[in-house]
Design a protein around this ligand. Structure first.
Ligand SMILES: *Cc1c(COP(=O)(O)O)cnc(C)c1O
Length: 468
């Protein structure tokens, strides 16, 4: 135990070991000791594409996409229902990844005109695209209708009126779902818990008197000639491990479907249980097997539908992080190494700060949510003693931390490559040009070959929008 490290971080027996949960399945140390992916060594990738670099395993992405698709389909088949998986594009989306999602038979969640644009560019069938968002613009709604997006997940009464008006102007019927605030408290960071009352997403199911917002929205959608109400949706939050949150949420959505049936005589056919399935960033995280989540969801849907005498609707789930997160690691080059004294006196505790050539501009999650990551020395193995270290970026903020707590070999020095696993979701997607750093490239690796799928920004890119 080290008083300056959290309880979950123990001194590793082998500081060179990779914990399989945190890495793509085809990442391993080569005979020479380098971290390699699909047979390609880290140093070769760094030489060819530069650092920082997002290294994405295509096989691993496809495998996880299929795993969700097949596991949910099988679990729901058992209860006589269909289940579809919509990949949450906001976690990481580019044209090539949209093509993989399409070819693996998943749907695609978008939440802006830009994300729909990527889907369109990838040739993604619009019928399998969903549009989310708590403040969709008229232009975004119009684009969704013109493209023929399969579902617009409506987030408010205001928006429902807007969708109705735009659909009427176009003489079309808008396929809508209602995003409901189920009131389920997810055990996760406040910024990523999304179903309690006091936050911006969804229609409230609570009412002191008369109809709740959610009931009012359903009534309006059912009454409108220009809206087709498909069903209901809830997203409890992100990085969730316990199935209980999903189960409670599903139960509340199904109770709502029953109320709508009783009030309007209509049985809605779609039930979207959202995303948020957690992944392992550190040994503290203990994700459940996908099958366990799928079975738990199928059980609760079967039970609650039976209790309300409802036919089981078509179910969808929307994992983002759980598909792309572990497929990717970020490769950095180490620079300045500094020992920081934590206690005074001889023999007092020291924390080693290892600075890398990126930071909060390519991974703002530690700053935003206090997110923890792991890290390994990627360009070689080391027999040096593990040292309590902190990997920091090169930005002008002391909060610019990439890996808050880790043991790294004591001989890590400038020029070494460090790899931070599980950076596939919400890292590139949230990246910025803070301090005028160019955003990193994303390289897809498969069968011993690497290809650029998003190029690194250049200095010209950095100046391109500056009128001068
Ligand atoms: C963010 C989001 C998701 C995906 O969340 P993950 O934690 O990446 O699985 C799914 N559905 C909706 C509506 C979201 O906003």
């Amino acid at each position: 135990m080290n008083a300056h490290a959290p309880a979950w971080l123990t001194v590793p027996d082998d500081v060179n070991a990779l914990r399989p949960d945190e890495w793509a399945a085809d990442v391993a140390r080569s005979a020479a000791g380098e971290v390699s992916v699909a047979g390609l060594p880290a140093a070769e990738l760094a030489r060819e594409f530069g650092t920082p670099l997002f290294v994405l395993s295509e096989e691993d992405f496809r495998r996880r996409a299929r795993l969700f698709r097949d596991t949910f389909a099988e679990a729901f088949k058992r209860i006589g229902a269909e289940a579809e998986v919509y990949y949450a594009g906001k976690s990481f989306l580019c044209t090539e990844v949209a093509r993989w999602v399409e070819s693996e038979g998943l749907g695609l969640d978008t939440c802006s005109a830009g994300e729909m644009l990527v889907a369109r560019r990838a040739g993604f069938p619009a019928a399998r695209v969903a549009l989310h968002g708590n403040n969709k613009s008229a232009a975004e709604i119009a684009r969704a209708l013109d493209d023929g997006v399969g579902r617009i997940v409506s987030d408010s009464l205001d928006e429902l009126s807007l969708v109705e008006r735009i659909a009427r102007e176009r003489g079309v019927v808008a396929p809508v779902m209602l995003r409901l605030k189920t009131g389920v408290q997810a055990h996760t960071h406040e910024s990523i818990a999304t179903a309690h009352e006091d936050q911006k997403f969804g229609l409230s199911m609570a009412s002191d008197e008369g109809r709740s917002e959610a009931h009012e929205a359903a009534a309006r959608a059912i009454a409108s000639e220009h809206l087709e109400l498909l069903g209901v949706h809830a997203h409890v939050g992100s990085q969730i491990f316990e199935p209980t949150g999903f189960e409670q949420s599903a139960a509340r959505l199904i109770a709502f479907l029953a109320e709508i049936r009783d009030e309007h005589g209509v049985e809605l056919s779609e039930l979207d249980l959202g995303g948020g399935h957690g992944i392992a960033y550190t040994p503290e995280d203990t994700p459940r097997p996908v099958a366990e989540l799928a079975e738990a969801s199928a059980d609760v849907v079967a039970r609650e539908c039976a209790a309300h005498s409802l036919a089981v609707p078509s179910v969808s789930v929307e994992p983002g992080r759980a598909i792309v997160g572990p497929t990717t690691f970020t490769l950095y080059e180490a620079g300045t190494v500094k020992d920081v004294r934590l206690e005074s006196g001889a023999g007092g505790a020291v924390r080693r700060y290892v600075a890398v050539d990126g930071g909060m501009s390519d991974n703002p999650r530690p700053v935003l949510y206090g997110a923890d990551y792991s890290v390994t020395l990627a360009s070689r193995t080391s027999a040096a003693e593990p040292v309590l270290s902190r990997v920091v970026g090169k930005h002008c903020e002391s909060g610019d931390i990439v890996v808050r707590y880790a043991y790294l070999p004591g001989d890590v020095a400038a020029g070494d490559l460090l790899a931070v696993p599980a950076t596939g979701a919400y890292c590139w997607a949230l990246s910025s040009n803070y301090n005028y750093l160019p955003r990193p490239a994303v390289v897809a690796v498969r069968g011993g070959e690497a290809r650029l799928i998003v190029r690194r920004e250049t200095e010209d890119d950095l100046l391109a929008r500056d009128i001068g």
